[in-house]
Design a protein around this ligand. Structure first.
Ligand SMILES: Cc1cc2nc3c(=O)[nH]c(=O)nc-3n(C[C@H](O)[C@H](O)[C@H](O)COP(=O)(O)OP(=O)(O)OC[C@H]3O[C@@H](n4cnc5c(N)ncnc54)[C@H](O)[C@@H]3O)c2cc1C
Length: 528
C-alpha cells in the first residue's frame, strides 16, 4: 500500500480533535485586576474571532483579596488594544482618570547633577542605513542633547505639548505616538464595565480549592468559598503575585533576576498635583539614593512612589525620603508598601494553566512594561487557541515567546543601570557595576564602543525597544560613548528634519496636554 501509515494514535488524535472542536472551549480567568480583565476582554473579542471553536469566557475575582492597585503608566500598544477591544477613548479617559504620556524623562540618572535629564520619547525616525543623522551627531562636539537633536517629540514634551491635535482626530489616532497615565483601579473598572456586558461571564467569589484530573494533572474546576464549582478546559492565572494556580497549585518555579536588577520594594503615595506636574505629558523617573521615584500625573492627582533595593535602604528610610521630596502635600497621606520578586515563571504555560500579569512575572516598572506584557501574552494566546487537548507544541511556543519578551525588557531595564555614571551611594555603585550587565547588554556595550547602534545588533525582530530606545538611554547617560568615533571640535548643527517637525508642532496645532485632557483651568492659555 502506498502513502503514509496512519497510526492508531493519530486516528485517536483526529477523533479527539473532531470531538473537541464540536464542543465549546471553556476558558476560565482567575483574577479581576488589569491583567484578568484585559485577557478576558481579548478572549471575548479577538479570541472569538480567531478560534475555530466556540469559546466561553468566565472571569472569577474575589472581593476580599485586594488587587495590587498600582500600575499607572503604559506604552503606545495600549491604544491598539483598547481600540481592538471596542472601548471609546473618551469613556476610558474619564473612567481611568487618564492623561496622555509620550515619553519618560530620566532625571539624575546619569550623574545626579541638576542638568542631568533626558527623555526617552515614543517617536522614532525612519530607519536609515547608513544612519547619517546619527553619524553627524557622533562626529561633532555633541553639544546638542541627543534627544533634542533627534526627536521632535522630546522637544515638544519639554514645552508640555500634547501628542494629540486640537482638530477632531478619531479615537486613538494622532500625529505623534502616545500612551496613557491612568488610575489602575479606574482602568480595571472601565474594562469590567465593558466586558461584564460584552461576552465575559463575571463571578465574584474567592477560590478556595482547585480540582485536578489525577492522571494528566490538568485543572478541571475551581471551587469557591460560597460553594460554586467553575469547570473549564483552559485556566488563565491572573491572580497576581500569589500565583494561585501556576504556583500554589501546580508548583511551577520562578526564575529570579535579582542579580541583574536590584530593586525589590516600592512605597507609593497619591498626592495633589502641582501646577507644573499637571502640565506634563510624560512620566518622570527621578533617581534617588537607593533606586528611583516615579511621578505620574493623572487628571486629579499625582501617582508617585519610590522603587528601591531592600539591601540598600530600609522601609522607613524609603518612606521618609519619598515624603521629604514631596513636602507638605504628603502630610497625612497614607503610604502603601509593596515588595516584589523580579523575574518570571520557568513556564508560563504548564498543563492547562497559563499565567499572565503578576502571576507570570514582574520586571521593575522603570519602562512601564507590565501591562504591555499582558497585552502581548493575550494576543499571542489568541493566535493559538487550542483546538483540542494536544497543545504541547503551543505551550512550548508560548513559553519560548514570553521568556524572550521578559528577557528583552530585562535587558533594557538593566541597560539603564549599567550605563549610569553614578558612584555616589552603595546602591549606584552596585547597580552600575558592569559585572551586573546581562549577557546581551554586555555584548551591545562592547559592540557600541566600536560602532554606532543599528537594527542589525538585535537578535529578533519583534521588539518593544528598538535600537532608537537604546540610543536615548546610551547617549542620555554617556554622551561621549565612542561608537567608533571620538567627540571632536566640529560644531553640532541642529537636524533640519527635527527643526521642521518641532516648528509644525509649535505652530499651534498641538495644544497643551492639560488643556486637551479636558481640565483647562480658568485663565490658562490654550497654547503654550
Ligand atoms: C510598584 C509597582 C509599580 C507598577 N507600575 C506599573 C506601571 O507603571 N505600568 C505597568 O504596566 N505596570 C505597572 N505595575 C504592574 C501592574 O501593577 C500589574 O502588572 C497590573 O496591575 C496587573 O496586575 P494583576 O492583574 O496581575 O494582579 P492584581 O491586580 O493583584 O489582581 C489579582 C486579582 O486576582 C484575584 N484573586 C487572587 N486570588 C484569588 C482567589 N483565590 N480567588 C479569587 N480571586 C483571586 C484578586 O482578587 C484580584 O482581582 C507596577 C507594579 C508595581 C509593584
Amino acid at each position: 500500500m502506498g502513502g503514509f501509515l496512519v497510526t492508531d494514535s493519530t486516528h485517536h488524535d483526529i477523533a479527539d480533535r473532531a470531538l473537541a472542536v464540536a464542543s465549546p472551549l471553556r476558558i476560565v480567568v482567575l483574577g479581576g485586576g488589569s491583567a484578568g480583565w484585559l485577557v478576558a476582554g481579548y478572549l471575548a473579542t479577538l479570541g472569538r474571532q480567531s478560534s475555530v471553536r466556540q469559546l466561553t469566557v468566565t472571569l472569577v475575582e474575589s472581593d476580599t483579596i485586594a488587587r495590587i492597585g498600582v500600575g499607572e503608566a503604559t506604552v503606545p500598544s495600549i491604544r491598539g488594544t483598547l481600540s481592538l477591544l471596542g472601548l471609546r477613548e473618551e469613556d476610558f479617559i474619564n473612567e481611568a482618570d487618564a492623561t496622555y504620556k509620550q515619553a519618560i524623562e530620566f532625571v539624575g540618572w546619569s550623574t545626579g547633577t541638576d542638568e542631568d535629564a533626558f527623555f526617552h520619547p515614543f517617536d522614532k525616525r525612519p530607519v536609515a542605513i547608513p544612519d547619517t543623522s546619527l553619524h553627524r551627531w557622533l562626529n561633532s562636539d555633541r553639544a546638542i542633547r541627543w534627544d533634542h537633536y533627534i526627536s521632535p517629540q522630546s522637544r515638544l514634551c519639554s514645552k508640555n505639548y500634547s501628542p494629540k491635535a486640537d482638530a477632531p482626530w478619531p479615537d486613538y489616532a494622532s500625529p505623534l505616538p502616545y500612551a496613557y497615565h491612568m488610575d489602575a483601579d479606574g482602568f480595571g473598572h472601565s474594562l469590567r464595565q465593558h466586558f461584564a456586558q460584552n461576552g465575559v461571564n463575571h463571578i465574584v467569589a474567592t477560590v478556595k480549592h482547585v480540582e485536578l484530573e489525577p492522571v494528566s494533572g490538568n485543572i478541571t474546576s475551581l471551587q469557591t468559598e460560597d460553594g460554586q464549582e467553575i469547570a473549564g478546559d483552559l485556566f488563565i492565572d491572573c491572580s497576581g503575585m500569589r500565583g494561585q494556580l501556576i504556583d500554589k497549585t501546580l508548583g511551577v518555579g520562578y526564575q529570579s533576576l535579582s542579580d541583574k536588577l536590584l530593586c525589590d520594594r516600592a512605597v507609593a503615595l497619591r498626592v495633589p498635583l502641582t501646577a507644573d506636574e499637571a502640565q506634563r505629558p510624560y512620566t518622570r523617573s527621578v533617581a534617588m539614593s537607593s533606586g528611583w521615584r516615579w511621578e505620574i500625573p493623572l487628571r486629579s492627582r499625582l501617582g508617585t512612589g519610590y522603587v528601591y533595593s531592600s539591601a540598600h535602604c530600609s522601609r522607613e528610610a524609603a518612606e521618609q525620603d519619598l515624603r521629604a521630596q514631596l513636602g507638605a502635600r504628603a502630610d497625612g497621606v497614607p503610604a502603601r508598601h509593596l515588595s516584589f520578586d523580579v523575574g518570571y515563571r520557568e513556564a508560563f504555560w504548564s498543563r492547562n494553566v497559563i499565567a499572565m500579569g503578576m502571576a507570570g512575572g514582574f520586571i521593575e516598572p522603570l519602562e512601564s512594561t507590565a501591562i504591555y506584557l499582558v497585552e502581548a501574552a493575550a494576543s499571542l494566546l489568541c493566535t493559538m487557541l487550542p483546538q483540542g487537548p494536544h497543545h504541547t507544541v503551543f505551550a512550548q511556543h508560548f513559553n519560548r515567546s514570553m521568556s524572550q519578551l521578559y528577557e528583552e525588557v530585562t535587558d533594557f531595564v538593566n541597560f539603564h543601570y549599567v550605563m549610569s555614571n553614578r558612584q555616589d551611594t552603595d546602591f549606584w555603585r552596585d547597580a552600575s557595576d558592569p559585572a551586573r550587565a546581562t549577557e546581551n547588554v554586555r555584548g551591545l556595550m562592547a559592540l557600541w564602543l566600536e560602532k554606532p547602534p543599528t537594527v542589525f545588533d538585535f537578535p529578533y525582530p519583534f521588539r518593544l525597544f528598538s535600537p532608537q530606545s537604546y540610543e536615548h538611554i546610551l547617549f542620555g547617560m554617556k554622551t561621549s560613548y565612542p561608537c567608533g568615533m571620538t567627540v571632536n571640535a566640529r560644531l553640532c548643527e541642529p537636524l533640519p528634519e527635527t527643526e521642521k517637525a518641532v516648528k509644525e508642532g509649535l505652530a499651534g496645532f498641538l495644544p497643551t496636554n492639560r488643556a486637551l485632557a479636558g481640565f483647562r483651568t480658568k485663565g490658562e492659555p490654550e497654547h503654550a
